[in-house]
Design a protein around this ligand. Structure first.
Ligand SMILES: *Cc1c(COP(=O)(O)O)cnc(C)c1O
Length: 232
């Protein structure tokens, strides 16, 4: 991968985001891109940084640790964990990542909060992941109990809940994707209305195959791998 290739892909993606935002009466500036660098060499993170994108997403703790040590400091880049986190890797995750987008249980949230307090590192930025795939094996809180769970997580001292994240079902069924994204946007609105002190605004939803629909349905952060960086 070269800078020029990625730069051209980024420009094209931004055009598509702009068009989708316009269709929905939204502002393109309210939608940010999280380049997903998993499965690519550490160089991909440098490329993204050189293009001025201030964040990257990785889905595994060991892979991110290896890239961090290969690269050294990456000023101006926030590292986001977007893959499932086991509680026994929580401490390591907090050393490598700036944001944990994949908090999928109150138990995990408790563990992260406790470690953040122990290590006196100030509140950890997280998103709460909601399961919208309808598959039990997919990570995330079940939508029915999610409002209460987000309320409990918000009360933890070591965390700052920025919003919600979801991994939509892998389907070409546009109507289904739209329903899923709309549901998560609705849940965020309820969290804001019903959980006192909740100020989260982030909706991390939309990937290479469905990001335009996600923008139309209110996404504020698109997690984009293939469409930006090519096949893994
Ligand atoms: C890999 C991954 C993405 C990006 O997938 P693409 O289809 O390559 O854009 C987004 N979110 C999560 C959670 C992922 O694991």
């Amino acid at each position: 991968m070269t800078n020029d290739q990625v730069e051209a892909r980024l420009a094209r993606v931004m055009e598509r985001i702009g068009a989708a935002a316009e269709r929905a009466g939204r502002r393109a500036e309210d939608v940010e891109i999280l380049p997903v660098t998993k499965g690519h060499s550490p160089r991909a993170i440098e490329v993204v940084r050189e293009l001025g994108v201030g964040r990257i997403g990785e889905n595994r703790v060991p892979e991110a640790e290896a890239k961090r040590s290969a690269l050294g400091p990456t000023p101006g880049v926030a590292w986001h964990l977007i893959g499932r986190l086991q509680r026994n890797k929580a401490r390591r995750a907090l050393r490598v990542f700036d944001v944990i987008e994949s908090v999928d249980s109150v138990r995990l949230a408790n563990t992260l909060s406790r470690i953040a307090e122990e290590e006196q590192r100030g509140p950890v930025d997280i998103l709460v992941q909601v399961n919208t795939s309808g598959e039990a094996a997919k990570a995330g809180l079940e939508p029915e109990g999610a409002l209460d769970a987000v309320g409990e997580i918000c009360a933890l001292p070591g965390l700052r809940v920025g919003g919600l994240m979801t991994l939509a079902p892998f389907t070409g069924d546009e109507a289904m994707l739209r329903t899923v994204f709309r549901g998560v946007a609705g849940l965020l609105a309820r969290c804001r209305a019903e959980i006192s002190g909740f100020q989260g605004r982030v909706l991390s939803m939309g990937m290479s195959n469905d990001f335009e629909i996600a923008v139309e349905e209110g996404s504020t952060r698109l997690r984009l791998g293939t469409v930006l960086l090519g096949e893994r």
